[in-house]
Design a protein around this ligand. Structure first.
Ligand code: FRU
Length: 498
């Protein structure tokens, strides 16, 4: 039975959705049905459809009492909105239905495991959020919170684990037929750790171990953990809050972290071999993965940044978008990402140029647009004479542009959205170290109405930023200080078909 809070949210979203013109949304990235969106939740393949839920506040374009929005897709590209799935309406989740995940139970039903938040009054009159894990079970459309809720509480924490930072369960069915989940937590000293739990039926859970600990290295709380096997390794993804910068790898604020290593079955702990950022741009957080029926590990992230998301240049009736779904692989101790292969089917109007010399400014006939996929190969015209800088500018008119620039002598790739239309004093640039052989670099630039995702060297790194640039700023230009040779293959993206 749908209770009133959920019913009201559903009526509201259905009514207000009509006020958002399709051309005011991203063309091929998921945005909220109305209002505010943050983390991807419950990303799963269930009964022939991909389900993507999301942290959702339908009533405002700012964060508020968390609901779960819901969308389904057959190809991970065309999404159809469904009525909101969860509303904060129970004593254990009145403070919000925070992030979580989904799995299919043995009886064929769809289980959502999420964090319920309860406001706890403090002696000084303030409130703190107590967090616990809760379940709703459904059929891909309607979900019922179960009477056993909450299923994981402070009683299930290891010694010192904080009940105020205990959230974002990621659930999966193990090869041994047992359900597992990882949950983000803080140890006494506000230091992130990931807890592992197991369950025979998906409903009754048992504490297993501290899978991994931060030990003061990467930020504080570890939000939205994910844990999976990939290419013979074990991978942890998590989004640490309050990061300090480290070289060009990690930046201040909320970040993304990928740990690659192995799982020690006897101690149920992760042994870490490599660490890296997941995304090197500004706007990427809280990614979640799922397995496709053909065995691909696909990740979607929230294309935003907590520190800047409330500093908008112009108000809109909705806010937040998801990244493109990205296929993951591990090669030589590194996480690689590429846009899901289904995306290639949206490419049309191919324009190709080979061996274009660039020194100064160059424009190429037919290379422009705001919904595009562009592959660029950059190399010095003469290897004996290294160029100083190469840049591509896009979403460009007289006033606006966003740029990606490459300085081979410093091995730095920079994305700069300073001129993208922002009227706020927020960060606009990110720099990353990149691998290149004597100035040879490969970029794939995917531009939608309000974002750009730059895949470097076949997915060795990705830089994602959102932009708020008028749609008629469509030009693309290339610039070099020195003698550069480029190959360009550019497609328009057309996702109007189904
Ligand atoms: C991450 C996060 C989660 C939490 C959710 C609340 O972006 O802070 O840790 O569950 O957002 O909306």
């Amino acid at each position: 039975m749908t209770n009133q809070t959920l019913r009201e949210a559903r009526e509201y979203e259905e009514m207000m959705e009509a006020h958002i013109a399709p051309e005011d949304r991203p063309a091929f990235h998921l945005s909220p049905r109305v209002g505010w969106m943050n983390d991807p939740n419950g990303f799963s393949y269930y009964q022939g459809e991909y389900h993507l839920f999301y942290q959702y506040h339908p009533y405002d374009s700012f964060w508020g009492p968390m609901h779960w929005g819901h969308a389904v897709s057959r190809d991970l590209l065309h999404w159809e909105y469904l009525p909101a799935a969860l509303a904060p309406d129970m004593p254990y989740d009145k403070g919000g239905c925070f992030s979580g995940s989904a799995v299919t139970l043995s009886d064929g039903s769809h289980l959502l495991l999420y964090t319920g938040v309860r406001k706890e009054p403090q002696a000084d009159g303030s409130f703190r959020d107590v967090q616990m894990q809760c379940i709703a079970i459904g059929d891909g459309r309607e979900y019922e919170k179960i009477p056993e809720n909450p299923v994981l509480t402070e009683k299930d924490l290891p010694e010192g684990g904080s009940r105020y930072d205990f959230r974002d369960p990621k659930v999966w069915l193990g090869e041994d037929g047992i359900y597992y989940c990882v949950v983000g937590n803080c140890a006494e000293d506000y230091d992130g750790q990931i807890l592992l739990y197991s369950s025979a039926d998906g409903i009754h859970w048992k504490y297993e171990s501290i899978l991994a600990k931060n030990n003061g290295r990467f930020g504080r709380m570890w939000e939205c953990p994910d844990f999976f096997a990939l290419d013979g390794k074990r991978v942890i993804l998590t989004s640490p809050t309050d990061m300090l910068p480290e070289g060009f790898e990690y930046h201040n604020g909320g970040g993304t972290l990928c740990l690659i290593g192995d799982f020690d079955k006897s101690t149920k702990t992760f042994s870490e071999e490599h660490n890296q950022a997941v995304d090197y741009g500004i706007d990427f957080y809280a990614p979640q993965t799922t397995l496709t029926p053909d065995g691909r590990r696909v990740m979607i992230g929230w294309m935003q940044n907590w520190d800047t998301c409330n500093m908008r240049s112009q108000p809109k009736s909705w806010f937040g978008q998801m990244s493109l779904p990205r296929e993951l692989s591990v090669r030589n101790g590194r996480l690689y990402q590429s846009p899901i292969r289904e995306f290639d089917e949206l490419r049309c109007n191919r324009v190709e140029y080979r061996n274009v010399p660039v020194n100064g400014l160059v424009r190429l006939e037919g290379v422009e647009g705001r919904q595009i996929d562009m592959e660029l190969q950059i190399r010095p015209a003469d290897k004996a004479k290294m160029f100083q800088k190469f840049a591509v500018r896009f979403a460009q008119d007289k006033i606006h542009h966003t740029a990606i620039s490459f300085r081979p002598m410093e091995s730095i790739l920079k994305v700069d959205r300073k001129f993208s239309g922002s009227r706020r004093a927020i960060i606009h640039q990110r720099r990353s170290l990149v691998n290149h052989e004597e100035g040879e670099l490969k970029l794939r630039v995917i531009l939608d109405r309000l974002s750009v995702e730059v895949f470097v060297n076949d997915g060795e790194q990705v830089m994602t930023v959102t932009i708020d640039t008028p749609q008629d700023a469509k030009e693309i230009s290339f610039f070099a200080d020195g003698d550069v040779m480029i190959d360009v293959v550019k497609y328009d993206i057309d996702n109007s078909g189904r």
